[in-house]
Design a protein around this ligand. Sequence first.
Ligand SMILES: NC(=O)C1=CN([C@@H]2O[C@H](COP(=O)(O)OP(=O)(O)OC[C@H]3O[C@@H](n4cnc5c(N)ncnc54)[C@H](OP(=O)(O)O)[C@@H]3O)[C@@H](O)[C@H]2O)C=CC1
Ligand SMILES: O=C1O[C@H](COP(=O)(O)O)[C@@H](O)[C@H](O)[C@H]1O
Length: 607
Amino acid sequence: MKAPGVLHQQHSTALLVGNRHCRLPPAHLPARRNSHELASADAGRSEGRRQGVKRARSVAPLQASAAATEQEATKQSANGAQPEQQNGRQLTSTPSFSNMQAYGLEPQDWTKSALSIVVVGASGDLARKKIYPSLFALYNDGMLPEYFNIFGYARSKMSDAEFREYIASGLTCRLSNKDECGDKLEEFLDRCFYHAGQYSDSKDFAALSERMAAKEEGRKKADRIFYLSIPPSIFTQVAACASDAASSPSGWTRVIVEKPFGRDLESFRELSEELNQHLTEDQMYRIDHYLGKELIENLTVLRFANLVFEPLWSRQFIRNVQVIFSEDFGTEGRGGYFDEYGIIRDVIQNHLLQIVALFAMEQPVSLDAEDIRNEKVKVLKSMRKIDMDDVVIGQYRGRTTKGNHYPGYLDDKTVPPGSLCPTFSAVAMFINNARWDGVPFLLKAGKALHSRRAEIRVQFRHVPGNLYRNKLGVDLDRATNELVIRIQPNEAIYLKVNNKVPGLGLRLDVQKLDLTYKSIYNKHLPDAYERLILDVINGDKRLFIRNDELEAAWGLFTPILQEIEEKQIAPELYPYGSRGPVGAHYLAAKYGVRWGDIMNSEELESV
Ligand SMILES: NC(=O)C1=CN([C@@H]2O[C@H](COP(=O)(O)OP(=O)(O)OC[C@H]3O[C@@H](n4cnc5c(N)ncnc54)[C@H](OP(=O)(O)O)[C@@H]3O)[C@@H](O)[C@H]2O)C=CC1
Ligand SMILES: O=C1O[C@H](COP(=O)(O)O)[C@@H](O)[C@H](O)[C@H]1O
């Protein structure tokens, strides 16, 4: 256990904290919002709540059934049982609900434990858009423990009933389970409670803890998860308060930390040092939601569970690797946040770099989280310092087409006038190790582009001494094999191969060996947050980021970020809805590469 203030694994005094402020470090990260932004965010939230209320769920029956649920829980509880000695450092338990086995997970005994999930920043955008829907989907699929409760915590004033309406306004039923979904929704909402409080007041957290304890009563032990869905400027104070006043007295306590983890190497180190005063590494779950996406989890399966790919997975056969992220909408509404970070910090330094690490790592000793993360960090540490000549930045400008006007980045009222913040970037990176020496890894991310997609494209070398060169239909030096892992939308893995066009004569064309998920697996794919929240419940850290990975990632990007900012390098403008700045094509051409998404734009039309 850490020095005082570290979130306690076991203690019995969590509820006895007086009226005092939590110990706080100096605020070093920029406050994320100014009052104008806060006001507009508040307006948006009220609107969200109003919409929720409009959906006309009746609250009274809900409360009645909440009482029934509690009576039932009390009837079933093992009264007077002593808290189990529990070490939160280990993978302790897995939900015992019906579906665990169906998902290939080990069912374990949750019958004696309660689980409380606290969403800190409960009135916010991420909570409503992602966290509640994921929790509900897990509940609906039978993946949450029997005795779970959800507690929203934020400064906004809300009753439990209003909170439930707020949650309900963001929920939808899955098609696969639509008939039962209404009842499930009511049951789920019955387990949701709201507690208003300040983020730096341990008295408020102690009161929250008391409410949690009342719901946890009767279980042998209670485990607690705090999801910090708040701006990074208040991560530490919340960790301090939760640690001081609301950690579990009898079970484990885990904390999910959202990105951004700092904005450069220095601020990352400061944040990390501060959080380490209150949380142990075992308690911290640093989320990168891209790691929770189906196709990213499948990346290692593809490589290590098949014989055909791994022998080709090196400089010997791979010409270049492209990791591409594009969105067909701008920063609308999030400009205030975005402008402090820009696309390199927002997407490339975390999501895309994590994908590269998983893609390029050596086979881990086992599927254990530490073994996987050891291999990822080796890749990050082997990366060559990024050269400014290998970086392109862009910013979208407004565009009017077919009578519609699409506003530019600078037209967003929450963006400071004249901002040079990049909304697009392309970077060429290299891994200085035996496997990847000389292979360009081209990363590209942009907002307000022509399409929404995220994919990995692996372009293979040409076939040596090709018999068919120059003779037939396609240029085989250009039509090399390409493996595409489409992360979203319409998840797919396909390999482009040269094939003989059937019939007389000998003509070749390019076809796909196609594993498009929707045509093969007739099922809804879980959202990344579902997978990740379930992993936190199970204590599985494979898909969460370790401190040394972040240290290496920031080490790579901080020098170029500083150079861009210090020299005030102007981004190349590109029209809203276009394919991005021309500079990205020159960057690829410098390494003899053509961007796969541009070269094969017809593939997108079929998505
Ligand atoms: N939204 C998204 O799509 C994504 C968000 N994230 C990260 O998740 C976290 C939460 O994001 P999001 O929900 O968008 O954030 P919000 O800006 O919506 O903030 C969440 C809540 O925190 C409180 N809050 C907001 N600003 C401040 C402030 N300056 N000081 C104190 N409290 C404040 C508000 O609650 P109240 O006023 O009621 O206390 C608000 O409802 C952030 O770290 C973000 O970077 C990561 C990926 C995507
Ligand atoms: O983390 C972030 O991700 C989203 C994109 O996530 P996706 O799952 O919808 O692809 C991005 O819009 C946002 O700017 C960034 O902060």
